[in-house]
Write a protein that binds this ligand. Structure first.
Ligand code: 5GP
Length: 117
């Protein structure tokens, strides 16, 4: 799937629309979800034009892949979620119910979460 440069997370990355930022480095940006589904609901996005996990893992430079996943772990730790735990989730494509076509990892926490699906 071709990357849509006008998707909402691309606009957030370009600073064209605001976000409630909690972490940023050269590889990733993390911010609070606008419609939280848990007491803590954060999104982590890579700084690059990738729609899916397949695009990202096939095409992104190694340092970006490492940097992105490192940022996910770091953000969860900074939010105090390592104990008692949390959930990461990436929705991909139609069956995954992906709404925003820029790869993103959800971090859910702050309560004992429900079942997976
Ligand atoms: P998806 O279904 O694509 O995995 O999830 C997209 C997520 O992005 C949803 O949880 C939705 O609430 C969130 N979202 C959509 N638009 C915005 C926005 O403009 N700002 C923020 N912070 N989150 C957004």
């Amino acid at each position: 799937m071709a990357y849509d440069k006008d998707n909402i997370f691309a606009k957030i990355l370009r600073g064209e629309i605001p976000c409630n930022k909690i972490y940023e480095d050269e590889f990733a940006l993390a911010f609070h979800d606008i419609n939280p589904q848990a007491p803590i609901h954060v999104l982590v996005i890579p700084k690059g034009e990738y729609v899916s996990m397949s695009d990202f893992t096939a095409d992104a430079p190694d340092e970006l892949i490492v940097g992105f996943f490192r940022a996910v772990g770091l953000v969860a730790k900074q939010l105090g979620l390592d104990e008692p735990g949390y959930r990461t989730l990436a929705n991909i494509g139609e069956h995954g119910r992906q709404e925003v076509p820029h790869l993103h990892m959800h971090i859910f926490g702050g309560k004992k979460l429900g079942s997976m699906i």
